[in-house]
Design a binder for this molecule. Structure first.
Ligand code: SF4
Ligand code: SF4
Length: 439
């Protein structure tokens, strides 16, 4: 018999932790010492009762057990097949944000000569493809979802095609060629919203995700118009318009050095002013090592404080909530990166696994109208999984970890299966905070 690979000792807390069962076991310090010192299981030194308990709870396992076998018993939920499509309506944007994912060399999508606009024909072709690909899914599974995201650049620059795309989806739904419950999302900087765009959002129940990064001075440091002027006033005007018309929106805040110290206060302000029910906090992507090693840990503190502030208003943070839920509900987290389950369509009909690495060669998978299920890039991204990464298998946070962003991992390591350092540091900091406070 041997110790399970997923057992970790926390001597100061007096516990053994099973990272896959998400279970902690308070135990005699002698057992912890034996675990740390001997590496091998010694039934005599553990005592018969403790040995039996550790064996029955999976802390001690058969010599022949290997992690892959163990993981077959772990419930990884989810549906096989594609569930999401990103329509890159344009690569043009009226802002020049300092951390834009299109700005990295691995993306290159922002390069001026690449300012592209999707045509109505390409959008229709893409939506038809999405219908054909998703119709084979098992939609009876609990929590099944499908989603079409309008993305850019700034998608409202190409509002006519956005509008026609929604009309086309409705037509296919009536014909039974697209799922009746498919959700729409638009990811915007909020500066180009008008009465007309908000009316469509309202009538078609489109989830609006608006990027906003802090109070005026802070937001304007990172989210500028081409003139160099800050975009805060235009974004807030858009938010006020939606709020006055009773349209909910989801603020997306990227956690930067500039806003970390005031994140909780700012999230509280948004909740109070706009009756926010949900918000999202994004970590910076790794681009060429620009982020300090301590960023993840400091972001964890800031995100936790924001979570507490938003709780007072009944609002929830998607990312923080799901990560912490896994530890307390003891259900192994699903990976959060959609690459492998979505098709990203760039304006000329180029198909990619993810929107952030267009220039890298690691995400391309052909062009419309054909979708190649055997595309080597797609197959590689579908392999991206923390359970096949040796470093992750030794990590105490693996059960709650959602794996981070593959593009960020690629930027950091040159490998799509590489670890996203910002997410990883954040996750570990959150895990250590949780286990200390839960014990
Ligand atoms: S990505 Fe980091 S936190 Fe997540 S399992 Fe791997 S090593 Fe652990
Ligand atoms: S790798 Fe995944 S999480 Fe990162 S940008 Fe692409 S789809 Fe999104």
């Amino acid at each position: 018999m041997k110790w399970s690979r997923f057992v970790h000792a926390f001597p100061l807390l007096g516990i053994l932790w099973h990272a896959i069962k998400l279970e902690k076991m308070r135990i005699d310090p002698g057992v912890i010492s034996a675990f740390l010192r001997e590496g091998q299981v010694n039934e005599n030194s553990l005592g018969v009762a403790t040995y039996a308990q550790l064996t029955s709870r999976g802390y001690i396992v058969e010599e022949s057990e290997n992690p892959e076998e163990c993981l077959r018993n772990v419930a990884i939920r989810g549906v096989k097949g594609l569930q999401s499509m990103y329509l890159i309506l344009t690569t043009l944007c009226n802002l020049r944000c300092s951390y834009c994912l299109y700005g990295s060399t691995q993306s290159g999508s922002l390069a001026p000569h690449k300012g592209r606009i999707m045509s109505d024909d390409v959008a229709r072709e893409a939506i038809s493809l999405f219908g054909r690909e998703t119709v084979v899914n098992d939609r009876s599974q609990p929590d099944y979802w499908e989603c079409i995201t309008f993305y850019g650049g700034e998608p409202f620059i190409n509002f006519p095609v956005l509008q026609k795309s929604v009309d086309y989806v409705r037509r296919l739904q009536r014909a039974g060629e697209i799922w009746h419950n498919v959700q729409f999302v638009v990811n915007t900087n909020g500066t180009l919203l008008t009465q007309e765009t908000v009316r469509l959002i309202q009538e078609e129940t489109i989830e609006v995700q608006v990027s906003i990064d802090g109070p005026e001075q802070i937001h304007n440091q990172v989210r500028m118009l081409h003139s160099g002027q800050g975009s805060f006033k235009s974004t807030i005007a858009g938010l006020k318009m939606m709020h006055s018309l009773g349209v909910d929106f989801v603020p997306l805040i990227t956690v930067t050095e500039a806003n970390m110290d005031c994140l909780a206060e700012f999230v509280g302000w948004l909740c109070e002013k706009f009756s926010i029910r949900q918000y999202g906090l994004n970590l910076l992507m790794h681009t060429n090592g620009l982020v300090d090693q301590t960023y993840g840990r400091r972001a964890a503190d800031a995100i936790r404080k924001a979570h507490i502030a938003s709780n007072a208003f009944g609002a929830t943070d998607k990312s923080y909530g799901t990560a912490m839920d896994a530890f307390s509900t003891r259900v192994v987290a699903q990976k959060s990166c959609g690459a492998g389950k979505k098709i990203v369509v760039f304006p000329q009909g180029e198909l990619h696994v993810c929107q952030a690495l267009e220039g890298s060669g690691s995400t391309a998978m052909g062009e419309l109208p054909r979708f190649n299920h055997q595309s080597p890039n797609l197959l590689q991204w579908q392999q991206r999984n923390r359970f096949s990464n040796q470093t992750c298998l030794d990590c105490p946070a693996i059960g709650g970890c959602q794996g981070g962003c593959g593009a960020s991992g690629y930027n950091a390591t040159g490998d799509v299966c590489g670890i996203d350092p910002n997410y990883c540091n954040w996750m570990k900091a959150e895990f250590h905070h949780w286990i200390k406070n839960e014990t």
